[in-house]
Design a protein around this ligand. Structure first.
Ligand code: XIL
Length: 317
């Protein structure tokens, strides 16, 4: 017999989904939770962990729903991706309805993160710390944090999150960064700058809201993932959906085959790159997607049947 052939361990890319608390706990529609529990390894609260939901009034936190989601995940051996601590959207009126000094808003940012991340210390393994800080041309996206604090808000957010839970992996999250372009290069430069400042950052979340008119090929996504790997960073697809809304005249069989091919390339790219650790679809079923009824962007149809996209995804993962 020759030397034992080391069969490369099949790296496990985890498959996750964004979930809606109302549907997850809807006894009238058990298929939603059942499909999640059967096919997905992690959940991302679609909106329940955003600032407006968790801190509806300054200093008044409401964790009831977030606690339910974390308890549900833990009871079922699933992980939670925390989403998202600092974003320019989903901000409550108490934040947007007045002016702040720089020092005051830094205090607000650090208190929010310390309270939220600290509450789930050791229970939420990954956080999207900052979401969507760039415009497509790679310039800074104006938001409350940038205009009042300056670009330092990003480093401050990551440092606050790390202080609150040193065990959590911290991600920067954005869209249209799934191939080498001005925006993904601006994100890469930010990541390198944070690393040089010693700011804790573990990965980049690529939302991957794509369509037949805009999607990266497998090679294009692998190139972005490879660039991140060279910087010691994980890459994840964090909000994957493939909207077919523009293909209204295309027969179903043809459009769902095209959709499956797009999923195939993205999933294969993630499976091929050691730095790609998780794929999260932005929802479970076409019945409930933030893209509306014509997008039919997800892995399961409105009757919770697996689509061609799920068949090709399962074959790869
Ligand atoms: C969306 C949710 O899907 C909606 O339910 C909510 O009303 C608004 O936010 N990028 C993100 C997500 O990072 O948080 C957004 O989710 C979709 C775009």
């Amino acid at each position: 017999f020759g030397p034992a052939q080391r069969v490369p361990l099949r790296r496990q890319v985890r498959l996750g989904a964004a979930t809606h608390q109302k549907r997850l706990f809807d006894a009238a529609e058990p298929a939603y939770a059942q499909t999640f529990l059967t096919h997905f390894d992690s959940l991302t609260p679609e909106y329940e962990m955003k600032i407006a939901q968790l801190q509806p009034a300054q200093g008044q936190f409401d964790f009831a729903i977030a606690d339910q989601l974390v308890a549900f995940a833990e009871a079922n051996g699933k992980q939670v991706r925390g989403h998202t601590l600092i974003w320019g959207n989903s901000l409550p009126a108490w934040l947007t309805g007045r002016t702040w000094t720089r020092a005051e808003l830094i205090q607000v940012l650090e208190t929010h993160i310390a309270t939220v991340v600290g509450r789930y210390r050791g229970r939420i393994p990954e956080w999207d710390v900052v979401n969507e800080a760039f415009l497509d041309d790679g310039s800074w996206r104006p938001n409350l944090w940038l205009t009042t604090i300056g670009t330092e808000y990003i480093a401050l957010a990551f440092q606050a999150a790390h202080r609150a839970d040193p065990s959590a992996k911290l991600f920067y999250n954005d869209y249209n960064i799934e191939r080498i372009n001005a925006k993904s290069t601006a994100v890469y430069s930010l990541a390198r700058s944070l690393q040089e400042q010693g700011v804790p950052l573990h990965g980049i979340g690529m939302q991957a809201h794509v369509t037949p008119n805009y999607y990266p090929s497998q090679a294009q996504l692998e190139a972005v993932l490879s660039r991140l790997e060279q910087a010691g960073l994980e890459g994840q697809l964090t909000e994957l959906d493939v909207s077919l809304a523009k293909l209204t005249d295309t027969p179903d069989a043809e459009k769902f085959e095209l959709q499956a091919q797009i999923y195939q390339g993205l999933v294969a790219a993630c499976q091929a790159r050691p730095g790609c650790t998780r794929i999260t679809t932005w929802g479970i079923t076409d019945k409930y997607t933030y893209l509306g009824s014509t997008g039919v962007p997800l892995l399961f149809d409105t009757q919770y049947a697996p689509k061609r996209a799920m068949e090709v995804t399962q074959r790869i993962l």
